[in-house]
Design a protein around this ligand. Structure first.
Ligand SMILES: [Zn+2]
Length: 482
């Protein structure tokens, strides 16, 4: 084919695709975004799954809410009631005139605080996507677009997140929205919203069902719109407080830390500040063992650096995270890089693999750049490691803990000492009622016939008013003579 003709053909295709892409987004905007100063008012029920620190990885608890939103192209009002553990929490959110305000519970106090606008545009989309469609249309020049036969895909960056919209050519409606954001613990987290069951009011199309799927479909929320209408005013208006200002994003820096030598082969490494966590370092003749690395990869790297300062010629042969919560496993990835074998229980290996292999493309760590295979050593009833002079044993006691199904403690028979994560809650000031975790731990020690004088706890250390080095006598008293 003639070069000129080919060039013309290619240019025409690009031109057509750009035109289709722009008009698809414009048509979608026309169909889904309220204009003329009118508000789209929706009543909804949101079935939210709260992902907390529970006994199993990815376990959630239902935290439903119902409420109402008022949406325009550039404003969003929401008032709702959340039902959580037998209580009701009332909230109002308002994004208008570029300000984001939040009002919680106490009607008398009129407490209004600024929220993170960056997350808000994205998180508002599950109630209604008008705000994000409008934001995309405003950013149309910066978008990456991909025109397919039946749909056009738009990708753009909204602050920290990479957002993708898929609009169908058949009806010019938004079908899915994908958000990729970075979580320091879980790395790349993709949340996918699917919009279905569109209804129409005054030529405006409204999705009545929204499915929110995150962590690769491990957690699924859903939103249902029960009624909708076009109105002139939002149902409330929050006053901006006099001292209103955006809180700058906290800078995530390495917290202060200290390392202390307990005896000839045991060290404690403590992160201070909000991390407030103690790791255990054991130096055997030929190698090191490290227990617990909190929060994120960077902090695991700090611990490794400090271990190397003790002795750079010995490998960190083993790492254990204690139990699967973030304060123990969050910094595991650098240990995988280091070639350490992870001492773990069998049931929690799939989660270890999730944490260890998850891409961190938005903020790469060493494991993300050059993935290493996870090596594991499985503890069944117990596992003992020893050298010429010392011996330690790991025991799984999850079933006792009332905390997590997986839970490994480290026992030092020579020192009559146990290192554990977060089971004992004895106030510095004196007695209180023993927690279920504490009683479970005490029962485990006795059932295993461990001779214990000292319990060393990993979290919390300071600022909560609880002891973190506990004598066996204190533990026993808290249960036997409270
Ligand atoms: Zn925990």
């Amino acid at each position: 084919m003639d070069k000129k003709l080919l060039h013309l053909l290619v240019t025409t295709i690009i031109f057509l695709n750009t035109t289709i892409a722009q008009s698809t987004l414009e048509q979608c905007h026309k169909k889904q975004v309220p204009t003329d100063g009118k508000y789209l008012k929706l009543d909804f029920r949101y079935d939210y799954q709260f992902y907390g620190h529970y006994n199993k990885p990815f376990k959630t608890l239902a935290q439903p809410s119902d409420g109402r939103v008022w949406v325009t192209a550039d404003s969003f009002h929401r008032s709702d009631t959340t039902y959580w553990r037998g209580k009701e929490y009332y909230q109002k959110f308002q994004y208008a005139n570029g300000d984001l305000l939040n009002f919680e519970n106490d009607t008398a106090a009129q407490k209004v605080k600024e929220l993170d606008w960056e997350q808000f545009v994205v998180s508002s989309a599950k109630y209604n996507p008008a705000l994000i469609i409008h934001t995309f249309l405003q950013k149309k020049e910066e978008l990456y677009t991909n025109v397919e036969t039946d749909k056009t895909i738009y990708a753009g960056k909204i602050y920290d997140s990479e957002v993708t919209l898929t609009i169908d050519h058949s009806d010019s409606l938004l079908k899915t929205l994908e958000v990729l954001h970075y979580d320091p613990f879980h790395g790349d987290v993709v949340t996918k919203l699917s919009f279905t069951h569109y209804a129409e009011v005054q030529k405006l199309s409204i999705p009545q069902d929204v499915i929110v799927s995150s962590y690769g479909g491990r957690i699924i929320d859903s939103l249902k719109v029960s009624s909708y209408e076009i109105v002139d005013e939002p149902g409330f208006s929050l006053e901006k407080p006099e001292n209103y200002e955006y809180t700058p994003k906290p800078v995530t820096s390495i917290p202060e830390f200290k390392i202390s030598k307990y005896n000839d082969y045991i060290y404690f490494f403590e992160f201070l500040g909000s991390v407030d966590n103690r790791s255990l370092i054991i130096e055997f003749d030929e190698y090191f063992i490290v227990a617990r690395a909190p929060i994120r990869s960077e902090l695991g790297e700090v611990i490794i650096d400090e271990v190397k300062k003790i002795n750079s010629s010995k490998p960190i042969k083993y790492f254990l995270f204690g139990h699967h919560h973030q304060w123990g496993i969050g910094g595991v990835r650098p240990f995988i890089q280091e070639g350490s074998s992870i001492i773990t229980e069998k049931e929690v290996i799939p989660y270890l693999e999730y944490v260890g292999y998850q891409p961190h493309s938005l903020n790469p760590d060493s494991q993300s750049l050059n993935q290493k295979k996870i090596k594991t050593v499985v503890v069944e009833d117990s596992l003992t490691l020893s050298d010429e002079n010392h011996s330690i044993t790991f025991y799984p006691i999850g079933s006792y803990t009332h905390h997590t199904d997986d839970f490994l403690i480290t026992y030092f028979p020579d020192e009559k000492m146990v290192f554990e994560d977060d089971l004992v809650w004895i106030k510095e000031t004196g007695k209180g009622r023993a927690s279920k975790r504490q009683i479970g731990f005490y029962n485990a020690i006795n059932d295993l016939n461990l001779e214990v004088e000292t319990v060393v706890q990993s979290w919390p250390l300071y600022g909560y008013g609880y002891k973190n080095i506990i004598s066996y006598q204190e533990l026993m008293d808290s249960i036997e003579n409270p």
